[in-house]
Design a protein around this ligand. Structure first.
Ligand code: NDP
Length: 247
């Protein structure tokens, strides 16, 4: 979907929650969705970054966003239920959910991987995404056509040495996407897909490849066509699929 061109009003009146919305790909996705008419719910762990995105969206004339300061590494089920109640009271439904927040963890052999870091990466990248999905499912059901997008990775499709919990978490993410897509098919208006962004110029990429010249990789803006396609009406009926945002 690299050649997809979204109409300016693709997401008019849509309510879309983006996790990890304060930085990197999530920040640009939130701004892009707002620029196409959506009211975005900005979820992340650093309130100042979310506020900066909020200000940028308002300055660009977008619909007033909402901010949900949440650290997914410690989030309990009760908190997720509470978040869903808040979204229900404010909006009554959810049209889109982009699971974007992730931790990279360590780049080291399994033999050296810290047990606690492993658990933290799996918590943020997999367990929290499951919990947030479960909490938001009734609100997605209340939408005419809810779209759930998970974020995968090349190392979540083929294992690679020293990528540890991150790689394993991305395999699990694809699994979660496929299981949910299969469950909702034919019984719900929800579609469920995943995006592999490919090498993208962010802090996470720089941490994983410190010797790389950032200018040689795509920007988050470059990969937005796939993020728009899967969130908007042009992808209704598409579910259970994995998309490579860079073709
Ligand atoms: P960044 O590290 O630049 O941004 C990740 C975002 O997630 C940040 O806003 C961060 O918050 C947030 N986040 C991290 N941990 C938590 C937490 N515990 N609770 C809430 N929010 C949290 O990463 P990218 O933008 O590069 O990555 C976005 C997605 O794309 C990830 O799922 C990543 O795995 C995937 N991806 C990225 C690739 C790339 O080349 N960039 C390639 C393949 C996949 P804060 O700003 O406060 O740290």
């Amino acid at each position: 979907m690299t050649d997809y061109t979204a109409p300016a009003d693709l997401l008019k009146d849509k309510i879309i929650l983006v996790t990890g919305a304060g930085d990197g790909i999530g920040r640009v996705a939130a701004k892009t969705y707002a620029a196409h008419g959506a009211t975005v719910i900005l979820l992340g762990r650093t309130t100042a970054k979310l506020e900066a995105v909020y200000d940028e969206i308002e300055a660009a004339g977008g619909a007033k966003p909402a901010i949900l300061p949440v650290d997914l590494s410690g989030v309990r089920w009760e908190e997720l239920e509470y978040l869903a109640q808040g979204v229900d009271q404010e909006f009554g439904r959810l049209d889109g959910l982009l699971h974007n927040a992730s931790l990279l963890g360590q780049r080291t052999p399994i033999a050296n991987y810290h047990y606690a870091t492993w658990q933290q990466v799996m918590q943020v990248n997999v367990n929290a995404a499951f919990g947030l999905t479960k909490a938001m499912l009734p609100l997605l059901e209340a939408s005419d056509s809810g779209s759930v997008i998970f974020t995968g990775s090349g190392v979540g499709l083929k294992g690679r040495a020293y990528w540890g919990a991150y790689s394993v978490s991305k395999f699990a993410t694809e699994g979660l996407m496929q299981v949910l897509a299969d469950e909702v098919e034919g019984v719900s208006n929800i579609r469920v897909n995943s995006i592999n962004p490919g090498a993208t110029r962010t802090n996470m990429r720089a941490a994983a490849y410190p010797a790389e010249d950032p200018k040689t990789v795509a920007t988050p803006e470059d990969i937005m066509p796939t993020y728009l396609y899967l969130m908007g009406a042009d992808s209704v009926g598409v579910s259970g699929k994995q998309f490579n945002a860079q073709g």
